[in-house]
Design a protein around this ligand. Structure first.
Ligand code: FE2
Ligand code: FE2
Length: 243
């Protein structure tokens, strides 16, 4: 069953264990006049995530479903969440909309966003950062301005079953997981984004896998990304292909 925890003002982490990998799968719900769900979870866990959303608000009230990149854990439930919330719009990067929605069977409303565009939810404001090639060509991240929260999808993840808030330094484990799984093609696009994120003075980072990181631990994770190898070394999920 999904675990629901309030991790910042009006921001709820919906964490699910049902996943074939040793990581949690987190969705983030922002309760506001125009509520937003960031990541949907995979298609099979739709009911579980929807029930968890319903603990906080009526899922039919969702105004935005935000997909930072198109991979099943980030977007598997998007069609049904949008269908079940008549006023809702799918929000993704402009590149993601062009690359991933124009040729599939998704026919709901879409807003493709560019760097710096914002979305008013009421008390909260979302701002979008284009982060191409940080994991996917069309990737973006989301900043929530009032809580100074970052939603980086698969950057800053920690392996294992983590509590809602993590103060521990699990940055070595993070880099080891990235090398084994092979999710970042190269380090340069990631490090460019890390430089940009550091200037944001974030109070929270809410990764999609693991626990939310409060401001005092960000530097450790950023340092590890700059010092430790983490990019693709020829391995996919621990299976050596090249090198
Ligand atoms: Fe991903
Ligand atoms: Fe993910």
């Amino acid at each position: 069953m999904a675990q629901v925890d309030c991790v910042a003002e009006g921001i709820y982490r919906i964490s699910v264990q049902a996943w074939g990998f040793p990581i949690t799968l987190n969705q983030f719900l922002i309760e506001d006049e125009h509520p937003a769900l960031i990541h949907t979870g995979t298609f099979p866990i739709y009911e579980e995530v929807r029930n968890a959303v319903a603990e906080v608000l009526d899922p039919a009230r969702l105004a935005y479903v935000v997909v930072p990149h198109f991979e099943s854990d980030e977007c598997g439930g998007m069609g049904r969440f949008i269908e079940d919330a008549p006023q809702s719009t799918l929000v993704c990067s402009e590149a993601g909309a062009a690359l991933n929605l124009s040729g599939w069977d998704y026919s709901g409303p879409v807003r493709g966003v560019r760097e710096g565009e914002t979305l008013e939810l009421g008390a909260h404001t979302l701002r979008f950062i284009e982060t191409p090639h940080v994991h996917h060509w069309d990737s973006m991240m989301v900043v929530e301005e009032t809580t100074k929260s970052l939603f980086p999808a698969d950057l800053f993840i920690q392996p294992g079953d983590q509590p809602p808030v993590v103060r521990e330094d699990l940055s070595r484990e993070m880099c080891a997981l990235y090398r084994e799984a092979g999710i970042f093609g190269a380090k340069e696009p990631v490090l460019q984004v890390v430089d940009q994120l550091e200037k944001e003075n974030l109070e929270w980072i809410h990764p999609m896998h693991g626990g939310s990181l409060p401001g005092e631990v960000h530097a450790k994770y950023i340092r590890a990304l700059r010092k430790e190898p983490f990019a693709y070394e020829g391995k996919i999920f621990g299976r050596q292909l090249f090198g």
